[in-house]
Ligand binder design. Sequence first.
Ligand code: SF4
Ligand code: SF4
Length: 462
Amino acid sequence: MNALAMREYRWSPDAKFIKRSDGNAVAVNFANSTKLVFGPEESNAISAFSGLTFPFALEDDLSDSLRSTLVHGGFLVPEEDFEARDRMIREAVRTVAEESSGLIIMPTEKCNFRCTYCYESFAKGRMRPERVDALARVIEARIQQARSFSLGFFGGEPLLCSDIILRLCGEAMEQCGRKGIFFGASMSTNAALLTPALFDQLIDVGLVFFQVTLDGDRELHDRQRVTVKGKGTFDGIVEHLRAMAATRHDFTVALRCNVHPEDSERVLSLFDGEELAFVRNDPRFIIDVHYIWQSDRQTLAETSKEGCLSGLQAGLDKYVLNAELSRRGLSTTSYDDVPGILGSACYAGKKNWFIVGADLKLYKCTVVFDNPKNNVGHIDLDGNMVIDERLNRLWTGSNSTTDSGCGSCYLRVPCGGLACPLTRFTSGSKGCLELRDAGNLRNWAERLSVPATGQISPVATH
Ligand code: SF4
Ligand code: SF4
């Protein structure tokens, strides 16, 4: 027996091994976003030790190449390295939770759309110039302190104030460049104002991620997403998306589809058709299917056990739907992305992330703006952030370092116990990620596209 086989190993607490109905099996390591597929023979061998929480020796007849694949993918951890690796993982999660820094800015709360399911009040208009100046000073100060910094834009419709976005991003990009840290910004936009000329300008100042909503085919979309005057919006959005696809810019568009389960077929037909053919096989476009909430979010957040990033999507077999989309050459959030460190955590749970209202009030959560516990501070006109640390801790204090259940969960790296800080203190529920559910995990693995047997597939991390 060789020395390697004599060694003791542990199965990674961050890894899952899932048998599929075709006889193959999928192994996913959520700590490093690695996924592997194994044929029936290897699957049987791995089943003997996958999930074991105590040290074990490998059978003599396990091939060196299989052992090596599992060790390199972090599925098997040599016993002598286990404690150090575990500490390293916990520290990485803690660092991101505490040291990553970002602001999600609402340059206006007004919107040019009136979607039938929208929960916003549209109460506050454009951020006033002296407030933009104060915010710019805050951004500069935070960049000086941060190890990584991001800006996000949300609304209302943020592109109603594209001049504010261009200014803040342009300055932040320059300041991050001087400091030698990466700057990238994201935006949730309805895309009605996202003309080719503006898109070029936004790309130049580091806007690289856009969330744009298309709620199905033209008829379905135009029934739900209408302008203030009640007009359909499908054609204008598609025209802008097509122009984006025709560029050589490096960006990501998450095409969000808010659907009722009974409309799944309509979503598929949208991506089957010619109108969106430009999206197929272009990895810059990712389809992100969500289930339309059945009641308004304010009520729901006080009573539900589920957060907006997680179980509210339950009820729609989105794995089946996404598998169909994948077969059509489309990238989807559920399939082609195993999130990196806190990649599935809500920003509300991160200590140095805040939502900035048009009046410079600071919030943690983009759902319950009327909840007094969400207003954790403000920015004054001298450019100081005034934060109620007690309230901030309400959102950030419970996580995988304080909750032993989360600390031992296989999703502790992408989630960190921060799936939904709101439901933690309103209903007492953690709002776990969908993949925490065994049935969802099985459905996901069943349809996961993975490379050839035994190939390690490092997947994009955030
Ligand atoms: S805390 Fe985060 S996940 Fe929960 S409702 Fe608010 S924004 Fe959504
Ligand atoms: S909140 Fe749920 S999914 Fe997230 S780490 Fe905790 S137990 Fe796991």
